[in-house]
Design a protein around this ligand. Sequence first.
Ligand SMILES: [Cu+2]
Length: 115
Amino acid sequence: MDRRLLLTGFAATLVAVAARAAAEPRRIPVVARKFVFIPNEIAVRQGESVVLEFTAPEVAMGFFAPELGLRALLVPGEVAKVPFTADKAGRFDFLCDVFCGDGHEGMNGHLVVTN
Ligand SMILES: [Cu+2]
């Protein structure tokens, strides 16, 4: 085997892996529990691509960020993935929009987008 060819192939593979890693959106796990989102403050950079990954281990819940047009149903046993790229800076409220018990009304948080 030509050693130089082997090294070139290896280098090309490393470049491809690095490029894929750079293109992958950042994953942000969020747990929805009675009656809080953990974390309830999520910070992202303007223009950054992220995927919010929600789990709701107790009961069905909702995620709704009206100003950002984001919504997801959170079902126990599933991961609800919400891809998101912030195109404007600011502080945006989100809340649970599926009634999940006493305390549901206060279940909210915010996404903080900085530039
Ligand atoms: Cu709720």
